[in-house]
Design a protein around this ligand. Structure first.
Ligand SMILES: NC(=O)c1ccc[n+]([C@@H]2O[C@H](COP(=O)([O-])OP(=O)(O)OC[C@H]3O[C@@H](n4cnc5c(N)ncnc54)[C@H](OP(=O)(O)O)[C@@H]3O)[C@@H](O)[C@H]2O)c1
Length: 325
């Protein structure tokens, strides 16, 4: 099968499309023919080893010191089950599914095996493969942080970076849970963020929310330029700061302050009492979570997709069509 391998840390040019053996499902796994995957900010960060201050050594130790132990990137997939392992009962060949390899990556390829009891669900018929997979990375992250924050109806939420993959999902998920949402983004994306349900939008080029005097129950920073130390005055006394994008010193501070919720989201721990992909696909079917797809590239042009994600200015998700249809 064809797969995209990342030969070493570097620019998009380190990506190569090569032939590798097609995987075979273990007893509890299903083999999925991938139709669509995404290039997300995490893929681009790992490829470039572009990580927040102090985390380079941590990433090298976990992902590989000089080259990636798992050279095939790709967090998520949507596709069709081609075969199942001997003990797998939840899925059968022909099922349309959406899921994530999570930290094991490996989805930038034509096939991937995933455990049937992991982050894998049937794809709603109302969503295309591209739409379903576009909700995965940002949706599972936003839902994880809001769930850990115990987001409640009626609370005020500010999302810094409301137009990215995490931000577009966060706006919609917060609205779904009855919050009053303020989104911070560039002027070009004010309309998009409003269309997703934000009650207020702030153009960061003309207004610094941290100096406005307004206070919020929850502040989510997906950009990394609004750390707790800068925005704590904008939090209500019981407020929570969701540090999606923090460096090592900020993570250490987070561990010492109950107001700060940090760490790394995963697609397996329950969110609001449900498995993340069950939750995301249910919201999508109910019309509460709409896919935001910025661009779509064929697998052959994955290096161009990485270059676009590297700009840090994508809106929502960048989808890779592996097998169109
Ligand atoms: N902790 C975790 O578990 C976790 C999980 C997922 C992602 N992350 C991290 O979270 C970050 C965001 O991820 P993502 O996938 O949402 O990224 P993304 O899709 O690449 O987000 C890009 C967005 O950032 C916005 N932006 C850039 N400069 C900004 C500024 N000064 N103020 C406000 N918005 C600004 C851009 O909006 P405009 O064009 O409108 O400026 C763009 O829409 C990444 O660094 C990623 O590594 C962490």
């Amino acid at each position: 099968m064809r797969a995209v391998i990342c030969e070493r840390y570097g620019g998009p040019e380190v990506l190569k499309i090569v032939d590798v053996p097609k995987p075979e499902p273990k007893d509890n796994e299903v083999l999925i023919k991938i139709h669509a995957t995404t290039v997300n900010s995490g893929d681009a960060r790992v490829r470039a080893l572009r990580v927040p201050l102090g985390l380079g050594i941590v990433v090298r130790l976990s992902m590989g010191f000089f080259r990636l132990k798992q050279p095939i990137l790709g967090f998520d997939l949507a596709g069709e089950v081609e075969a199942v392992g001997g003990a797998a009962t939840r899925f059968k060949p022909g099922d349309c599914v959406v899921g994530a390899g999570d930290f094991t990556l490996g989805c930038h390829a034509e096939y991937r095996c995933l455990p049937e009891d992991g982050a894998l669900v049937h794809k709603p018929e109302s969503l295309t493969y591209a739409e379903a997979v576009s909700l995965s990375f940002g949706g599972s992250t936003a839902a994880d942080f809001f769930s850990r924050a115990g987001l409640k109806s009626g609370e005020t939420v500010l999302i810094n970076g409301a137009s990215g993959a995490v931000g577009t999902a966060a706006v919609q998920i917060a609205k779904h849970h009855g919050a009053q949402v303020t989104g911070v983004c560039s002027a070009a994306n004010l309309e998009l963020v409003t269309s997703l349900g934000a009650d207020h939008v702030i153009d960061y080029a003309t207004e610094d929310f941290a100096k406005s005097g307004a206070t919020y129950d929850v502040i989510m920073d997906t950009v990394g330029n609004a750390p707790f130390s800068r925005v704590k005055g904008s939090l209500k006394p019981e407020g929570r700061f969701l540090m999606i994008n923090g460096n090592l010193p900020q993570m250490i501070e987070a561990a010492l302050r109950s107001q700060v919720i940090g760490g790394v989201a995963n697609a397996s721990d329950p969110v609001f009492g449900e498995r993340p992909f069950d939750y995301l696909m249910r919201l999508a079917e109910e019309g509460a979570l709409k896919p935001v797809i910025d661009r779509t590239y064929p697998l052959e042009e994955i290096a161009a997709a990485h270059a676009y994600v590297d700009t840090g200015r994508k809106t929502g998700s960048v989808v890779i069509e592996v097998a169109p249809g």
